[in-house]
Design a protein around this ligand. Structure first.
Ligand code: F6P
Length: 365
């Protein structure tokens, strides 16, 4: 924006929203691919906080990205509290905010922004792009709920972590004849629950996309009892809800942040007791374990592919787009397309049918 066209394009990189395993691979890949094409790379610390607040912006050096592939989190830092539009109540206010972000970028001599993030960050990118800021998006979220892309970086690692937890809970469930309820993340998408549940051999999987009937889950436990299998494993997504209910929240939505979900597992345990289940029922909430730790190799590879393509889009001055995986290939789409696509589990889709076909109870017919 501020420099003559002949100068090297100066790109500001940030990791928005919550962290996800694989972000560092995306940062590293973007840096290498961009600098090899003659771009300058700076980074904003803690999402937008660096750009707009005190955390600051720094020029990324090759030393910064060495040895970071196996590290979880983001070397740039993340923030779920730095949405610049959090307090903007209408479109006019949003355009004002976008104009001030644009001015800030001009002051810093940054020509374009690359934002790695989930649906919230892509919404921010869309608004900024609309206001004339050159933006490119990289989809990351353990929730896997960005519909424009077949995969987001972070989901595979979260599924791996959750599946290992289900494995571990199996042995203790069996030793004590207990019902183990495992509450996993994913917000309003059931990808982690469904995939980890299938991978871990769960007896019931409850996802936000299919409202459950507690009686059906209780019937599944009794069916197993009748076979002499007096233990059961139930995986429940944090956004799952009983028929006629709503997701269980521990904090309401506020200032551009979605509600904090939690308590779905305990609520199910209560429903099972009401349905006459007399086993010991124990609830394990996996929480942020699913976001931490070394990224799976598949997330590192995906994030590397995303980072490289984001650098290509910048080098070719093709802004206003989010990189995506479609039909197994890396491509890109407009932020409008990216934000419009539904990324939740299809209740009639292949994975749900597969679970039902092997006798997993989904909580509804
Ligand atoms: O969107 C990723 C996610 O981990 C969700 O699965 C979860 O509901 C939420 O973020 C937790 O947010 P926080 O880290 O702010 O508690």
């Amino acid at each position: 924006m501020s420099e003559p066209k002949s100068a090297a394009l100066h790109v500001g990189l940030l990791t928005g929203g919550g962290d996800a395993p694989g972000l560092n691979a995306a940062v590293r890949a973007f840096f290498h691919a961009a600098t090899r094409r003659g771009l300058r790379v700076s980074a904003s610390r803690f999402g937008f906080e660096g750009l707009l607040g005190r955390a600051g912006v720094f020029s990324v050096r090759v030393e910064d990205v060495r040895g970071i592939l196996p590290r979880g989190g983001s070397i740039l830092g993340c923030s779920t509290k730095s949405n610049p539009f959090a307090l903007a109540v209408d479109r006019a206010a949003k355009l004002d905010v976008a104009a001030s972000v644009k001015r800030r970028l001009i002051d810093l001599g940054i020509d374009a922004l690359v934002l790695a993030g989930g649906d919230g960050t892509m919404g921010i990118a869309r608004m900024l792009a609309e206001a004339g800021v050159s933006c490119v998006g990289i989809p990351k979220t353990i929730d896997g709920d960005l519909g424009g892309t077949e995969r987001t970086c972070g989901l595979d690692t979260a599924v791996e972590t959750a599946a290992h937890a289900v494995d571990a809970l199996h042995s203790t469930a069996e030793s004590h004849n207990r019902v183990m309820v495992v509450e996993v993340m994913g917000r309003n998408a059931g990808w982690i629950a469904l995939r980890a549940g299938i991978a871990g051999g769960a007896d019931a999987i409850l996802i936000p996309e299919i409202a459950y009937d507690g009686e059906r889950v209780a019937a599944k436990i009794r069916e197993r009892d009748a076979l002499g299998l007096r233990f059961s494993i139930i995986v429940i997504g944090e956004g799952a809800q009983p028929v006629g209910g709503t997701p269980s929240e521990i904090e309401r939505a506020r200032q551009g942040r979605p509600p904090r979900l939690g308590g779905a597992g305990e609520r199910l345990a209560q429903a099972l007791a009401e349905a006459g289940i007399t086993h010991d029922v124990r609830v394990t909430v996996l929480g942020h374990l699913q976001r931490g730790g070394a990224p799976a190799a598949s997330d590192r590879v995906l994030a590397t592919r995303f980072g490289v393509h984001a650098a290509e889009l910048c080098a070719e001055r093709r802004f206003g787009r989010m990189v995506a995986l479609r039909n197994g290939a890396i491509e890109s789409m407009t932020f409008d397309e990216a934000c419009a696509a539904r990324g939740t589990v299809d209740p009639g889709g292949d994975l749900v049918r597969c679970a039902r076909a092997i006798g997993i109870e989904l909580g509804a017919a």
